[in-house]
Design a protein around this ligand. Structure first.
Ligand SMILES: Nc1ncnc2c1ncn2[C@@H]1O[C@H](COP(=O)(O)OP(=O)(O)OP(=O)(O)O)[C@@H](O)[C@H]1O
Ligand SMILES: [Mg+2]
Length: 269
């Protein structure tokens, strides 16, 4: 998905490799028209086409001894997929209009936020390239599948802004953050925290400092029914000082049902 930290992971793979001293070169394959992407990657010789006044080095050469991060690789045209596969297999390439084969020593890391396996099935992505680059695959889960990371990330984001280091989130505000669905993942979380840091007047960030996306309906719809039920059972339970029979009566369920739920939610003693 978008904003989960794909580029950050790629950069970390590079930084912890024996290529760390070499360059890390990211390129977004979905953001550039095909012919331009080709000369970006492969470079060109002087005079190879109208407008090629000088020789241009491609990113394959520039990333030499380092890592080339191919972002949105699923957006590559069939032709460039073929050319890329050839580079990976022969560890060499030709500049556009070039006659001399050039050796490359580059690690490729590729990312996509599409189901690329489906693209292979529908024929949009070359299976040979898929199997080649898919030898080692990492799935970075969306934020809603790792909500336990949210407090850590929030802390990290606050610490990254020295002028706001002293600010904290109230319990209520943190609860809203951990219940939200985060369609924009970590990038969205980052923006929500930056905004709240600027808007909050005191040293505590309160729910009203969070963007309306979080505090209107979405918050509730982002919660799992089970979590809401558990919260409510707990609340009633506290109100009646833990008398199970009384709690069941207020909740309108059979005591047996309540016992089962209490057990399931781990609040039965
Ligand atoms: N685990 C993390 N710890 C700290 N910051 C993170 C983490 N994951 C992501 N970020 C931050 O969130 C932002 C988005 O991350 P990144 O650009 O790597 O995501 P992406 O998956 O490449 O997104 P897109 O698909 O939109 O290109 C960046 O500012 C990044 O620094
Ligand atoms: Mg990215």
């Amino acid at each position: 998905e978008s904003g989960v930290g794909k580029e950050l992971v790629a950069k970390n793979i590079h930084n912890s490799s024996d290529r760390a001293e070499g360059p890390f070169i990211p390129i977004n394959c979905g953001a550039i028209p095909e012919t331009m992407l080709e000369t970006e990657l492969f470079g060109h010789e002087k005079g190879s086409f109208t407008g090629a006044y000088a020789k241009k080095l491609g990113l394959l050469e520039i990333a030499s001894n380092g890592t080339l991060f191919l972002d949105e690789i699923s957006e590559l045209s069939q032709r460039l997929q073929g050319k890329l596969l050839r580079v990976i297999e022969t560890e060499s390439f030709f500049r556009v209009g070039g006659l001399r084969e050039i050796k490359v020593d580059v690690r490729f890391v590729a990312a996509t936020n599409r189901d690329i396996k489906k693209d292979v099935e529908t024929g949009e992505f070359r299976p040979d390239l898929y199997y080649r680059i898919g030898a080692l695959t990492l799935r970075i889960p969306p934020l809603r599948e790792r909500r336990e990371d949210i407090p850590l990330l929030v802390d990290h984001i606050i610490q990254s802004k020295p002028e706001f280091k002293h600010k904290k989130l109230s319990g209520k505000a943190m609860e809203i953050l951990t219940n939200y669905a985060w369609p924009g993942n970590v990038r969205e979380l980052q923006n929500v925290i930056y905004r709240a840091l600027f808007l909050s007047s005191g040293s505590t960030i309160e729910p009203h400092d969070l963007s309306p996306d979080l505090t209107s309906g979405l918050t509730v719809s982002g919660r799992r029914l089970e979590d809401i039920e558990k919260d409510h059972i707990l609340k009633v339970f506290r109100e009646v000082n833990g008398q199970k029979r009384k709690a069941a009566e207020i909740l309108g369920v059979d005591p047996k049902t309540l016992y089962r739920k209490l057990h399931r939610y781990g609040i039965d003693d």
